[in-house]
Design a protein around this ligand. Structure first.
Ligand SMILES: NC(=O)c1ccc[n+]([C@@H]2O[C@H](COP(=O)([O-])OP(=O)(O)OC[C@H]3O[C@@H](n4cnc5c(N)ncnc54)[C@H](OP(=O)(O)O)[C@@H]3O)[C@@H](O)[C@H]2O)c1
Length: 319
């Protein structure tokens, strides 16, 4: 049978790479869109068997080119997202304007399904530009195309992430670690393999017109997450609750860096729990249970950050 074609924007990111593997192994053909085929092509082309993956470069939001790409596909997935603003990369452009263009074109071309990635825990974060742009994007998508599905994940983690792996590096190097808001903010981390299963189910079950909050099986505070990571990399560090005014000053300094560790907007967002809102269905409500336990999963790759690497005594005895 000729494979169904799925167009994926933001395919080279953490979710995209794992998703391409799952989809192409399941007889879907993926058209992966990237801004830089020379830089990202080599990562992308190793994710699928020949014939199941096509890589397309799109440097600007070129409506004509996007329309011709959508024209040939059955399903479109938007994974493009940013964590901080730089020059022309503004939250509203990326999280609202772009999904608005795609969803209008999906409607015009009458495709089967549009899956758009937003974020969990943003409804009350009125002082975060990131949160506002994601909410505006959701509203645009819902308004423009009735066969859309909006997925709102909590933090997605894996050996490929920018979250646990960054913390492992920082905790390895710093003698102390700052806790913002006393480390009390709650998260529901979801492992990438569980996240990809949810997307796959949404496609296989042909779900449309739905907003789904995607969460892992545990609710953990920021401090609990840091303690689990410390335990996993076999390090002891002093955790210092930062008063808000110091946190704001450090964020102001960090946000000047090309890849900021923390921005003022992220600090604002960190105030709000990243847990189910009760407003929407969750993956559990739809029988798409996530079951990967944070502590167990990070243990599988944290040895890269322990003294002695894979030969470290702790890891050797616990494996
Ligand atoms: N990871 C998480 O913990 C998490 C949590 C909540 C929500 N989300 C949302 O889930 C989606 C996927 O997450 P992810 O972790 O896979 O994202 P990611 O790795 O940060 O990035 C996804 C891709 O977006 C593309 N991109 C970035 N900036 C762009 C820009 N200015 N213009 C066009 N394309 C751009 C990049 O592809 P190219 O460089 O190849 O163009 C990048 O690989 C995002 O919308 C994110 O906001 C993620």
């Amino acid at each position: 049978m000729k494979p169904k074609e799925i167009l994926v924007f933001g395919a080279s990111g953490q979710v995209g790479r794992h998703l391409i593997r799952k989809l192409t192994k399941s007889n879907y053909k993926v058209i992966a869109v990237t801004r830089n085929i020379h830089q990202k092509g080599y990562i992308l082309k190793t994710q699928a068997n020949p014939g199941y993956l096509e890589i397309v470069e799109l440097q600007t939001f070129d409506t004509e080119k996007i329309e011709s790409l959508i024209q040939g596909c059955s399903i479109c997935i938007n994974l493009i997202g940013i964590l901080y603003e730089k020059k022309k990369n503004q939250f509203n452009n990326i999280h609202n304007y772009f999904p608005s263009i795609i969803s209008k074109l999906c409607s015009k071309k009458k495709i089967e399904q549009f899956i758009h990635f937003s974020s969990l825990g943003i409804e009350n974060a009125t002082d975060s530009i990131y949160a506002k742009s994601k909410i505006d994007g959701e509203n645009s998508v819902i308004k423009n195309f009735n066969k859309s599905v909006i997925l709102k994940p909590s933090i997605i983690y894996s050996v490929d992430d920018n979250f646990t792996t960054n913390f492992m590096t920082l905790l390895n190097r710093l003698p102390f670690f700052p806790l913002y808001y006393e480390g009390n903010t709650k998260f529901t981390p979801i492992h990438i393999s569980d996240m990809v299963e949810i997307i796959f189910e949404v496609i296989e079950r042909k779900i449309t017109s739905e907003v789904i909050e995607c969460v892992g099986p545990e609710e953990l505070t920021f401090k609990e997450i840091i303690l689990k990571i410390l335990n996993s990399i076999d390090k002891k560090r002093i955790l210092i609750p930062f008063p808000l005014f110091i946190a704001k000053i450090t964020a102001k300094i960090f946000e000047k860096f090309p890849k900021p560790l923390l921005t003022t907007d992220q600090l604002n967002l960190l105030k709000y729990d990243n847990i189910v809102s009760g407003q929407y269905k969750t993956n559990f409500d739809l029988g798409m249970n996530s079951n990967k336990i944070f502590e167990n999963e990070i243990e599988k790759y944290s040895f890269n950050w322990t003294t002695g690497g894979q030969f470290s005594k702790k890891k050797a005895s616990s494996r």
